[in-house]
Structures are given as structure tokens and as C-alpha cells.
Ligand binder design. Structure first.
Ligand code: GLU
Length: 447
């Protein structure tokens, strides 16, 4: 296998699908050497098969807004790979959603899910629907119209969607209500991220952020460092940033910045529990403005429009928002301001130039598919509880999540340790995830 040849073919076949091509290139570059030591992979054309989604559903979603006007969006479900289990992955509602974005996310999800140690294949879906400025009623009508099309593609043993950017507990509720009505199936396992009283797992809302901090803690320990007292800058103020801030505080770190599309809020004395609670209010308002934090807490937070969280001096940077949100210039600014670690919590949050800069300038770096896997891992735990018709305690779920994050860190160390003793977490995560999926595909024959 030659990465360059495969990439040239994909670029010609899918011109303009930049996020998808970026995600594939990153994985192929890191697995090329290992892959070429396995002639059986080459013979079965594993890579050529793995980079193509199994299938993509695309559908029109028509709904009526509060003014009575008819609106039309496009919905998708990309079922990427089912080698190690039923399709599993979130739904993203964002104006920028395209097939390329969902293909990149589905591809990443396949390896991430493999890392969790649980039997889940990879998928992603969503719509170009923009939740910004929409009322609760509009969100409900859109979710219902979306499920009208999606319900036939999913099922508890087939494909299990969950949340992602723009899809949280409220949206999962509306989607689940409509699924039951259409399918007349009452199996809670068809979606994860449900409410705690109707099949949801305790700690699922916190899981992505909590898991990211458990991973960061392990990475720091491995490097002989401690998170206690560290200054953390993070982007976003949604579900992931909320969970990450909560756990960062619990572990003794200080969150000195959060950000949004409108700018950054600097919090010199560190975020407080009250401010973390307020993130939930900001998310539910659909205003998508981080400035609201500074308006609500003028003594604690200082808002600067147009700036990113990466302009604020910190020890640890945690991108928690969107793909490619941290550029090479941002990486340089972070280093100049004293940052020495970046754990990517968003999917593909760092641009290739930024990752390259971190890795060549002694900054500890770990990729999203390892760092943020606690979210989907806890979705897997939710599926287990649903299948058994039981509900575990918070303590039980937290212990399992902690164990899974530890095992993901161990896999990264196993496959990513370099001759000089340092760990290349990108390589480690990609090789560990790839080997598991590739082996399963091989054993299941040419399908
Ligand atoms: N959207 C999350 C992710 O990127 C969670 C997916 C899930 O729980 O299925 O992994």
C-alpha cells in the first residue's frame, strides 16, 4: 500500500471532499508501515475497502417554522463500517454539514469505536439544519421530520445514532418520541444519550468531557507530570466543554478560557461551578454566543470579540468545539504563551500543520479519536444496560468509563512508543484502531 497512490485516487474520485480526504490521509500515513508488514491485508485490499463507507442514506427533510413558512433541509446517515459491531455514531445538526464532513466523522468513528474495546461499528449522520436562533418548537418539528426518514435505516442491532454538535438530550428526546410512533418499536436501545428516566445511562452527558480528562491525566502521568494546578484553555461551551470543565475543576486544574464563534471569555481566576452550570443555559438558548457568560458574570469573565481560546496563556489546550478549529498559527501562539500539552477533544480539532508543529516542538499531543472516545464508550454502556433492561449506578458507569479510557491510553502507548521512549499518540491510536478493524474484516471474508 502506498498512501500517496491511494490519496491520488481518492482526490480524483471525491474532489472537494476536503475533511474526508484529510481524515483518510492522517490514518493512512500512520498505518502504512505496519500495513505493509501484513501481505494478507494487501491481498484482501483492506485499505481500499475501509476508506469507502458501506452505504450513505441521503434524504429531504421538510418542516414548517414558527411563521408558518415551509423549510427544506437535507438529512444523511453514513453507515461506514460494521466489521466489529452494529453501526454506531452521532448525529450532527449544523449549517456546514455536508457528505464530506459526515464521511470524515464516520471514518474517524470506526477507529474510535474500535479503541473503546466495545463491539461497535462506525457511522455518522446529521443535517445542514442550523439550530441557531430556532425556538424549542421549531427544533421539535425539525427532529420529527428528520426521524420520519431516518427510522427505517436504524435499529438497536443495526445502527444506533446519538448526539453530536447541535444534538443533545433535548433533540434525542424528540427523535426518540417520533421513532416510537413510526416504528411501533419500544426498544430503548435504538438511540443513546436518552434521558435518565427513559433508558438513558447516568453520566452519558458528562462522559465525553470526563473521559477526555481521564485520558489527559494518564497522558500527563506517563510524561511524569500532574494536572493539579495547571491552567487549561478550552474552546466551546457546549456539552463537551461543560463535562471537561467539570472534571478539570474536580482534578484541581484551573479553566482560564472558554470560547464561542463570537470570541473568547478569559477567566483569570478560573471557572466556577456556577459558571459551568450557566453553560447549560447558554446552550439551551440557541444563541451560540459565549459573550453571554461575561454578561452574566462581569466580575469573573472578560470577553474579547473575534479571538480564540488559543490566545489565552495556558499549560494545557483542549479543543472541544469543531474540526480544524486549531491552526498552525494558533499552535505557535500557544507555545509562545507557555502551553506544553494539547489534547484534542473535538473530532479532528487540529489542522495537520498544528499537529506537526506540536510533535516537532516537544508539545504533548493526543488525537480526538483517543481523547474523546469516552462519549461513545458510555453510549456502548448505555446499549448494554438497555439490552439487559437495567440501570447501573453513576459509580458503576464512572468506573467502567475510567477503565476504558485507561485501556485506550495503554493501546496508544503500546502502538505509539518511539525508539526514544516518547509516545506518538496519533500513530498509536490509528494503528491500534486499524489493526482491530482490519483483522475483523479479514476474518469475515470479501464482503
Ligand atoms: N458524537 C460522539 C462522538 O463523536 C458520540 C457518538 C455516540 O455516542 O454514538 O463520538
Amino acid at each position: 500500500m502506498k498512501t500517496n497512490d491511494i490519496m491520488a485516487r481518492l482526490r480524483a474520485k471525491y474532489p472537494g471532499e476536503s475533511e474526508y480526504l484529510q481524515a483518510v490521509q492522517e490514518v493512512l500515513e500512520s498505518i502504512e508501515e505496519v500495513y505493509n508488514q501484513h501481505p494478507e491485508f494487501e491481498k484482501a485490499k483492506i485499505v481500499e475497502r475501509m476508506v469507502e463507507p458501506d452505504r450513505i442514506f441521503s434524504f429531504r427533510v421538510t418542516w414548517v417554522d414558527d411563521k408558518g413558512e415551509v423549510q427544506t433541509n437535507t438529512g444523511y446517515r453514513v453507515q461506514f463500517n460494521s466489521a466489529i459491531g452494529p453501526y454506531k455514531g452521532g448525529l450532527r445538526f449544523h449549517r456546514a454539514v455536508t457528505p464530506s464532513m459526515l464521511k470524515f466523522l464516520g471514518f474517524e468513528q470506526t477507529f474510535k469505536n474500535a479503541l473503546t474495546t466495545l463491539p461497535m461499528g462506525g457511522a455518522k449522520g446529521g443535517s445542514d439544519f442550523d439550530p441557531k436562533g430556532k425556538t424549542d418548537e421549531e427544533i421539535m418539528r425539525f427532529c420529527q421530520a428528520f426521524m420520519w426518514e431516518l427510522w427505517q435505516c436504524i435499529g438497536p442491532d443495526q445502527d444506533v445514532p446519538a448526539g453530536d454538535v447541535g444534538v443533545g438530550g433535548r433533540e434525542i428526546g424528540y427523535l426518540y418520541g417520533m421513532y416510537k410512533k413510526l416504528a411501533r418499536q419500544y426498544n430503548t436501545g435504538v438511540l443513546t444519550g436518552k434521558g435518565a428516566t427513559w433508558g438513558g445511562s447516568i453520566l452519558r452527558p458528562e462522559a465525553t468531557g470526563f473521559g477526555a480528562l481521564y485520558f489527559t491525566q494518564d497522558l500527563l502521568h506517563h510524561a511524569g507530570k500532574d494536572i493539579k494546578g495547571c491552567k487549561v484553555a478550552l474552546s466551546g461551551f457546549g456539552n463537551v466543554a461543560w463535562g471537561a470543565s467539570t472534571k478539570a475543576l474536580e482534578l484541581g486544574a484551573k479553566v482560564v478560557a472558554i470560547s464561542g464563534p463570537d470570541g473568547v471569555c478569559e477567566i483569570p481566576d478560573g471557572i466556577t461551578p456556577e459558571m459551568i452550570d450557566y453553560m447549560l443555559v447558554m446552550r439551551a438558548s440557541n444563541r451560540d454566543r459565549v459573550e453571554d457568560m461575561a454578561t452574566r458574570f462581569p466580575d469573573k469573565a472578560r470577553f474579547t470579540p473575534g479571538k480564540k481560546a488559543w490566545s489565552v496563556p495556558c499549560d494545557i489546550a483542549l479543543p472541544c468545539a469543531f474540526q480544524n478549529e486549531l491552526s498552525e498559527d494558533d499552535a505557535k501562539e500557544l507555545k509562545a504563551n507557555g502551553c506544553w500539552c494539547c489534547c484534542e477533544v473535538s473530532n479532528m480539532g487540529c489542522q495537520p500543520g498544528a499537529i506537526h508543529f506540536f510533535q516537532h516542538n516537544g508539545i504533548l499531543f493526543a488525537p480526538g479519536k483517543a481523547v474523546n472516545a469516552g462519549g461513545v464508550a458510555t453510549s456502548g454502556l448505555e446499549m448494554t444496560q438497555n439490552a439487559e433492561h437495567i440501570s447501573w449506578s453513576g459509580k458503576e458507569v464512572d468506573e467502567k468509563l475510567h477503565f476504558i479510557m485507561k485501556s485506550i491510553h495503554e493501546q496508544c502507548v503500546k502502538f505509539g512508543t518511539q525508539p526514544d521512549g516518547s509516545v506518538d499518540y496519533v500513530k498509536g491510536a490509528n494503528i491500534a484502531g486499524f489493526m482491530k478493524v482490519a483483522q475483523a474484516m479479514l476474518e469475515q471474508g470479501t464482503v
